[in-house]
Design a protein around this ligand. Structure first.
Ligand SMILES: *Cc1c(COP(=O)(O)O)cnc(C)c1O
Length: 219
């Protein structure tokens, strides 16, 4: 049983729900699909490949996890949005594969704002520096469509809110400086099962929710 409707009812205007289906089997995804869900998020390439082949063609697949450059080629033909671009090397590889498949691939830049050392992403300094340098403007098969981040895993709501707020402030700064005339730069991907209400307070346009819809994952 998927708990999709209750989560959908929590969505505020302008926020799209990414149903994070990683580790869950295809029948559960089909159940959500039959209830109208079309955007699903996966974080492992092999698993995504299998599900993409098995499930309806009008599903919009989002890649939400850490993506190794050498695996971009597998998902480049069909991926709708890559959420967690965390290096320029990955960006160049997406460009290369986008060119090969004659697609412009929408991507979000992942910010590293959480305290955990294990999390990937650009520091705000590195992200600002990269955007300022401007080499990304030459990438014709990559569309930078916004920012993504994960907050620190903590019960301290104020800290989570501060981190999302920092992300929102950076998004506004980048929008103004680099993307003022680019309507495609519109996404703010933050919020998971335990913190998506705070994320929506802080301007999320995409929330990535797994557990609250599909239950606990089995690893
Ligand atoms: C797994 C995952 C989610 C969903 O997490 P839940 O706590 O199950 O909602 C969201 N974002 C990313 C990047 C993930 O890897």
């Amino acid at each position: 049983m998927v708990n999709l409707q209750a989560v959908k009812e929590q969505m505020r205007p302008g926020v799209a729900l990414v149903a994070v289906s990683k580790f869950h089997p295809a029948p559960l995804i089909e159940e959500a699909y039959h209830q109208g869900q079309r955007i699903f998020g996966e974080s492992r390439v092999q698993e995504l490949q299998a599900k993409h082949e098995a499930l309806p063609a009008d599903i919009e697949w989002h890649f939400i996890g850490h993506l190794q450059p050498n695996k971009v080629k597998y998902i480049a033909p069909y991926i709708s949005l890559i959420h967690a671009v965390d290096s320029e090397r990955l960006l160049s590889e997406i460009e290369k594969q986008g060119a090969k498949y004659q697609r412009v691939i929408p991507c979000l830049l992942e910010l590293h704002l959480a305290e955990e050392e294990t999390k990937y992403g650009f520091t705000p300094e590195a992200c600002s520096e990269m955007l300022e340098r401007g080499a990304w403007r030459e990438l014709k098969h990559v569309q930078i469509a916004g920012l993504m981040c994960m907050a620190t895993q903590t019960d301290d709501e104020a800290q989570v809110r501060r981190e999302f707020h920092t992300a929102l402030t950076l998004w506004q700064e980048y929008k103004q400086k680099y993307f003022a005339h680019d309507d495609a730069f519109k996404h703010r991907s933050w919020g998971m099962s335990h913190d998506y209400h705070i994320a929506m307070d802080e301007g999320a346009t995409l929330v990535r929710i797994g557990t609250a819809i599909f239950g606990e994952r089995e690893y």
